[in-house]
Write a protein that binds this ligand. Sequence first.
Ligand code: ADP
Ligand code: ZN
Length: 612
Amino acid sequence: MSDPLAHACSLLHSVFGFAAFRPGQEEIVRAVLAGENVLAVMPTGSGKSLCYQLPAIARPGLTVVVSPLIALMRDQVRMLLAAGIAAGSLNSSNEPSENSRVLRLLRDRELRLLYVAPERLARPDTLEMLAESHVALMAIDEAHCVSQWGHDFRPEYLTLGSLARQIGGRLQTLALTATADAPTRRDIVEKLFAAPPRIFVRSFDRPNLRLAFKAKERSTQQVVSFVRAHEGESGIVYCASRRKVEELAATLAASGHRARPYHAGLDNPVRKANQDAFQQEDGLVMTATVAFGMGIDKPDVRFVCHADLPSNVEAYYQEIGRAGRDGLPADTLTLYSLGDMQLRRQQIEQSDSSDERKRIERQRLNALLALAEAPRCRRQTLLAYFGEKSQPCGNCDLCREGVELFDGTIEAQKAMSAILRTGERFGVEHLIAILVGDRTENVGKFNHDRLPTFGVGKDRKPSEWRSIFRQLSATGLIEQDLAEHGRWWVTDQGRRVLKGLERIELRKVALGTAKASKARSKAEVSTALESDADAALLKALKSLRTKLAVAQNVPAYVVFSDRTLVELATHRPTSLRAMREIHGVGDAKLERYGAAFLELVQNHAAAAAASA
Ligand code: ADP
Ligand code: ZN
């Protein structure tokens, strides 16, 4: 074919079964096909892998994909094989038979994509073999691992530029990452490319993810009811500690959910079994620390709940980004408290990072706190952090439930005066006791019931004052000194508000929990379905998928994605030809599974007609 992009488009349809490029993919594929070196910055779930997979099959030569994660490689290879593409990985955990299959394909020049870990690539025998294999492109996944700024720094990544040169003089390179930081990007360009590459930065918006934050009240209960609203769906609950991971898994199991724990302290086999179960089965809840991270490539995760505040805004976005990679609606909820904020601050201060590094970490944490206490659309606030302007999204708790602001200057003044009149020496609970006029032991001991501030805030509940302290902290009016028992002090900006030179708006504290919105969000995932009959068909399609997946020992979504099943249930194709138009149905899958699914759809239609 004369136009390489047109050729690639037809493969997009016939091999992958996708109707069109996702935003951002086309430009990158075009640049790769034109032989350019490219850095692609795209958010998780936006479809980065296709940017090298499609060129890999659209033109001659081998594509080497460098990835740090063996589980992820294995998954991608499985998906590619299911689509009829000759792909393989070389790694130490392969069966010998798998390694010899890959080597044979490589020798016969039939292999299109080879996945390797950087350590493996660096081995002289691998380099020698690849130097003779007509490598056309080196795709470097998770390219931010080359940067010491990132939290995933891997020293082996530093050698990749020189390894590429050893394989083929000026080997074309495509680096991919979902990390948006400017310093990280600079590092990638410097360390992986000999000359500045073309850079594509895709919008960080993930409109299908619903965003919500809530202050902790009875936090275990909050988690349980969020999970209950997503009955039967796969999801992740992130916790700050291993102990909590175990406890929540037990609590969820006790309330009838299929839940499993994941953290670095579990024995390897248990951890692996739990991860495999999550990957393969439908409707499992994983309670996990952030150790459950980069290796997850499951497209149909329907919710992510943070039972504790994440460590910073980048981590937050990466973690919720594991939901809804298939583009269907997915729900997220982040719970947080003042204690969480304090813990995260402490972790930064107590780490042995350089001052510069700590400064960046503080900024990232502050951005998350500002998001938690945001007065308007969360997505706007979040995207603004990534340098993007946007409109109110309509898909976050603040857009949906509205936020009422009030002039909080007086409240701020009361809180700050409590801080100053006690000599900036006390933590939040003591200050609140003073404000609401509670004669606690400590209040008595320090004679703080004699202060003019004592009881000036008794029109509000302690929980409301906690929210006010969080908001004042998030907006920088007050700060906490963690070296000294979390004592609060008033910043210059705070003093201006105290003197009445500036005013401040605060959010009305929403204490009622919004049950209605949870029920809605569950319903929306199946909005594509028009009737109960469709829902019954979808259920039948899912169990057929499970049966086939189990028989072949692959995860369910390798057979067909959720979206494919939803489309099958809605459009009910009457022939294989019609089925070919459904999302995710390429030639190989049509051949393998088409007949079985078509039969099910037709039987269902016949049964529905008979009973009508
Ligand atoms: P990333 O690496 O950017 O996080 P992936 O490459 O894993 O994302 O892709 C996420 C999901 O999107 C996968 O399930 C993939 O099959 C799907 N996908 C990729 N490109 C398209 C497309 N053009 N149309 C529909 N689905 C796509
Ligand atoms: Zn919004």
